[in-house]
Design a protein around this ligand. Structure first.
Ligand code: SAH
Length: 217
């Protein structure tokens, strides 16, 4: 470990500490966030501030989610669906959220609509030795060939819950998705119980839009 790795590890510890103070206390989630090197997922200029609790641009008008948001969504999923299960993420973006899910022991599948972001992440996952399956496409339609999933996490804002994603949940599977208007969405969890869906509502967030057939136009 060189000096810069050490200073990043200290910054990561401070990030985890600040998440704990904000009420995110799931030890397994915090442990994964301590282990995954967030600075590898942002560009070089942003890497010094990678551990501050903010979102950063990753190009193409997209952002890496704020650590608070990542911890929040991951906790909702983990509390309802334990690893090792099959989890689908919609909106690969920087790859950070997918890497956190992988670190928790899920089998991770991730769909991104922008080919350039997909290509960058595939290279990054390869260099980090992460076996995460990625593909380019409209994630509002899910990933039918790989369904059913134990968990699905959508990291972009949906105007309503996509039917395809509900259909691709296995029994007892959970979907975590921010649903609402362009500038504000409510974190929503759907659980499949046979042919029924139970719905729970949580805090408000502001995500970039989910663009696709079952998203925004
Ligand atoms: N999970 C990401 C957050 C990225 S922001 C991370 O950890 O960095 C949301 C991402 O969703 C963007 O990269 C955007 O291009 C992507 N996106 C938007 N609509 C999509 C769709 N219909 N299918 C797949 N990805 C989509």
């Amino acid at each position: 470990m060189d000096a810069s790795d050490r200073s990043m590890a200290v910054k990561r510890m401070e990030m985890v500490q600040s998440l704990r103070q904000k009420g995110l206390v799931n030890e397994r989630v915090l442990d994964a966030m301590q282990r995954i090197e967030r600075h590898r997922f942002v560009d070089r200029e942003s890497s010094v501030s990678a551990y501050e609790d903010s979102a950063y641009p990753i190009g193409y008008g997209q952002t890496i989610s704020q650590p608070y948001t990542v911890a929040y969504m991951t906790t909702l999923l983990l509390e309802r669906c334990s690893p090792p299960g099959k989890v689908l993420e919609i909106g690969t973006g920087s790859g950070y959220q997918a890497a956190i899910l992988d670190a928790l022991g899920y089998r991770v599948y991730s769909v991104e609509r922008i080919p350039e972001l997909h290509d960058r992440v595939v290279g990054l996952f390869r260099s980090l030795g992460l076996a995460i399956s990625c593909r380019v496409g409209d994630g509002s339609l899910g990933w039918e060939e790989e369904a059913p999933f134990d968990g699905i996490m959508v990291t972009a804002a949906a105007p309503r819950c996509p039917e395809h994603l509900l259909e691709q949940l296995g029994d007892n599977g959970c979907l975590v998705i921010p649903v609402g208007e362009h500038n504000m969405q409510q974190m929503t969890v759907y659980r499949r119980v046979g042919e029924r869906f139970e719905k729970e509502l949580f805090h408000h967030f502001a995500f970039v839009p989910l663009i696709g057939r079952e998203g925004w136009n």
